[in-house]
Design a protein around this ligand. Structure first.
Ligand code: MG
Length: 189
């Protein structure tokens, strides 16, 4: 399947969901491309996972913002590759720096830069520890095994809707509870 075929299918998948994330964040190494860019030379021509480009453009066309959160120790190589692939300008935020914080700091910066709350973000990464830390912040986070693909996209959007539903339900619940407690306060007075 070519980029256009993937893009069409990704658009169809997005059509299945009523709410889409406002911001979709991607790791680079082994999520968008199948290598560690620190092990490559800037002179090489990189390639993405087969579904990556179609998914990025389908999300963008549907109005989602895109961002990168990478702990690569070689941001210069990563940036050169994004440039060579012609996708650098589609990301509204690019946080590429090595850190010990499992991407917590990356997401704090992305949040400050974009103003998008954590519960309106969707994140794809190939490392458990990143997924664990970032989902604790309230971001819907999906572990990818062979790079980002249509299956991971569908799974991500489904989990995003589920998380949103349950946070809406919790909001309603706490709203009800606060109404209940304020009426019982009234009863007591
Ligand atoms: Mg990675």
């Amino acid at each position: 399947m070519g980029d256009d075929g993937v893009k069409n299918e990704a658009t169809e998948i997005m059509g299945l969901f009523q709410v889409l994330p406002r911001l979709v964040v991607f790791d680079l190494d082994y999520t968008l491309w199948p290598f560690y860019c620190e092990c490559r030379s800037k002179r090489e021509m990189p390639s993405l996972y087969p579904h990556a480009k179609g998914i990025l453009y389908a999300l963008k066309d549907k109005g989602a913002n895109l961002a990168i959160a990478s702990r690569s120790p070689t941001p210069d190589i990563a940036n050169t590759f994004l440039d060579k692939l012609g996708i650098k300008s589609i990301f509204v935020a690019q946080e590429i720096f090595s850190s010990w914080t499992h991407k917590t700091e990356h997401f704090q910066r992305i949040n400050r830069r974009t103003g998008v709350p954590y519960n309106e973000m969707l994140f794809f990464d190939d490392e458990d520890r990143n997924i664990e830390a970032v989902s604790k912040m309230g971001v819907t986070s999906i572990l990818v095994r062979n790079g980002v693909n249509l299956g991971a996209l569908r799974q991500g959007l489904a989990k995003f809707s589920q998380n949103l539903d349950s946070s809406e339900r919790n909001k309603q619940k706490s709203h009800k509870l606060s109404r209940k407690s304020s009426s019982s306060e009234r009863d007591q007075s």
